[in-house]
Design a protein around this ligand. Structure first.
Ligand SMILES: C[S@@+](CC[C@H](N)C(=O)[O-])C[C@H]1O[C@@H](n2cnc3c(N)ncnc32)[C@H](O)[C@@H]1O
Length: 269
């Protein structure tokens, strides 16, 4: 686990992250804000991670530009390398904390926070920082997992428990498992007006999608950092982990297998 800002830990870890990130950042949820961006805008992407999505955002604002920041240096290195590899000349990346952004007031037209607020304790402070660095009338765009509306079906055995363990772990790490539901209120508290929230679901149904969902749950959650951390916190036992693995394996073999991953999106200005 890697520390983030003063009182939260980044639950997902970074080991397996890059494996899934490219695919996840092509999803309709990740792309949600692209049609709302305009050429020429200056965009700050807070919690940019590996940079796959940042480059799509940068493309959408060309001839404007994107600054990507992340608290984890390894992610900033990956994002810089990706930008160089893809010949992207309007995106720059640096290490920074969402709670203390190294930019002057009124620097950006748009601040994007994708998959970030879930992992932050003081989300209102992070949003207030976004407000500070936005130009007057600028827009914040936030997207996060709606953990307790996500599911896999058929719900074999104890599979459902993996979502509950995940939510417990997010909270134990100082994050906010209900952030998608809380976004409207937190944006209000941070001083945003004209707020619009929407909720949506991504579907996993083809054999390839079912396999991707299986691999993501197994490798990213059960086989790596999050499951170990959940065991340390007492949110997961070895017995429960084995049962979830068994049921996930059975789900993967089911011809009827489907999964829905829910997201909340919010914009404010
Ligand atoms: C799920 S990834 C999001 C990647 C990408 N933005 C997306 O939408 O897919 C969350 C990222 O937020 C970063 N992060 C967590 N806490 C942070 C903080 N306080 N300041 C900046 N970045 C942070 C993590 O290091 C991680 O790379």
């Amino acid at each position: 686990m890697t520390m983030t800002s003063s009182d939260s830990v980044y639950t997902m870890g970074y080991e397996e992250f890059v494996l899934f990130q490219e695919r996840l950042t092509q999803s309709p949820s990740a792309m949600f804000f692209i049609p709302q961006l305009k050429p020429g805008q200056h965009l700050l992407d807070v919690g940019c991670g590996t940079g796959f999505l940042s480059l799509r955002l940068a493309e959408a604002v060309t001839p404007g530009g994107l600054h990507g920041v992340d608290i984890e240096p390894s992610q900033v290195d990956l994002a810089r390398a990706l930008a160089a590899d893809r010949g992207c000349s309007n995106a720059a990346f640096q290490v920074a904390d969402a709670l203390d952004l190294p930019f002057a007031d009124g620097s950006f037209d748009v601040v994007h926070m994708g998959g970030l607020l879930l992992h932050i304790s003081d989300t209102v402070q992070a949003l207030a920082e976004a407000k500070r660095v936005l130009k007057p009338g600028g827009t914040v765009m936030c997207r996060d997992l709606l953990v307790d509306s996500s599911f896999a079906y058929p719900e074999l055995g104890v599979m459902r428990r993996s979502w509950e363990v995940f939510a417990d772990l997010i909270a134990a790490d100082g994050g906010r498992p209900l952030i998608a539901q809380e976004m409207k209120g937190h944006l209000q508290q941070a001083g945003f007006a004209d707020i619009r929230v929407s909720f949506g679901m991504e579907t996993y149904q083809t054999p390839e999608e079912v396999e991707f969902f299986y691999l993501m749950t197994k490798k990213w959650f059960l086989d790596s950092g999050p499951a170990n951390a959940a065991m340390e916190y007492g949110a997961l036992s070895q017995g429960l982990k084995s049962k979830i693995e068994r049921d996930l394996e059975a789900w993967r073999q089911e011809p009827t297998a489907v999964a829905g991953v829910a997201f909340g999106h919010a914009v404010g200005s």
